[in-house]
Write a protein that binds this ligand. Sequence first.
Ligand SMILES: [Zn+2]
Ligand SMILES: [Zn+2]
Length: 324
Amino acid sequence: MKKRLGIEIVDNFLSSGESIEYGSRSFFQFSVQKKLLEEMDFNNYVKYINNYEVFVKSWIQTRLFERYRETGGLKELEGVVLATIMKKIQDTLESSECQDALTVSEFLDHFCQAMCKELVISKDSLEVILFKNTASVGQFSADLQTFLPQVEESTLSEWEELSGEMVFTQLQFKPQDEIFKRVFGCGKQCPFCNVPCEAGGSDHKEHFASVHRPQGLGRYRDETSKRLIYSLCSSDVVSSMLFRNLHTAFQWHPYKDYRQFYPAWRIQPDPSISASDYWKFIFRKFNHQFAKEYKADPADLPTEWKKITEKQALQSIREAFNME
Ligand SMILES: [Zn+2]
Ligand SMILES: [Zn+2]
């Protein structure tokens, strides 16, 4: 049940109409950034920027809670999963291998072989059955069958006692992980600005993002002034600027040669690309809070960034994610 229910939830959720935003990466990215903009909660931005994968997975999880709490659909799915397992047990008990078994021990061997993928059966518990059992195979199989509806009922009621949240913590197979993998693939973030990789699937060799973010959002600062910087990775990799961090053992290193440390990233060298209005707006809005959070001084942002409105910010992500 713990294994199966998670898979059932993923299939059910992704095939439902409401999950349209999970249908494409750009639609989902757009929805998340739009919601963040509406909520304007600084802490959410910090989580989203610095720990994209964790943030997105818990976002998906919340959506799953909401959906299954509102529709009560979780109980239905539990019923479906359990009924499938019960059917398999019934079929196995009626199969010729089990029916023709000469001893209870042989019967149990066949039964376990057929059911090992579905059920967690321990050897110990079986030996106890064998030790105590003197019935014929036919009698034993019939006993099991009469007992099944009771097992089904009590398992279902055990699960029904759990709240929605508890059900999710019980699952071995986490639906939010699978949905993340299916919809987002990679989830890796740029080592400088933290923008998530846009390449599809999980088998690509190089990580890529069309527009990087002002690096101060990813904690980068000017060493002398201590101010957060707002330049883009795409400009810095064609500049003569240097960077240092944990990966360079805090030794200075030219941005140009970033691939020496980050060979999996391909940052297009293009000084003409500018930051999106969205991130300009957010950086300006929370400049002081980011500085405090990252233990730096606020960035000295260009004055024209101050003119950007929330509406323009929203418009810029609409365009970026082709949501017109
Ligand atoms: Zn970047
Ligand atoms: Zn990637």
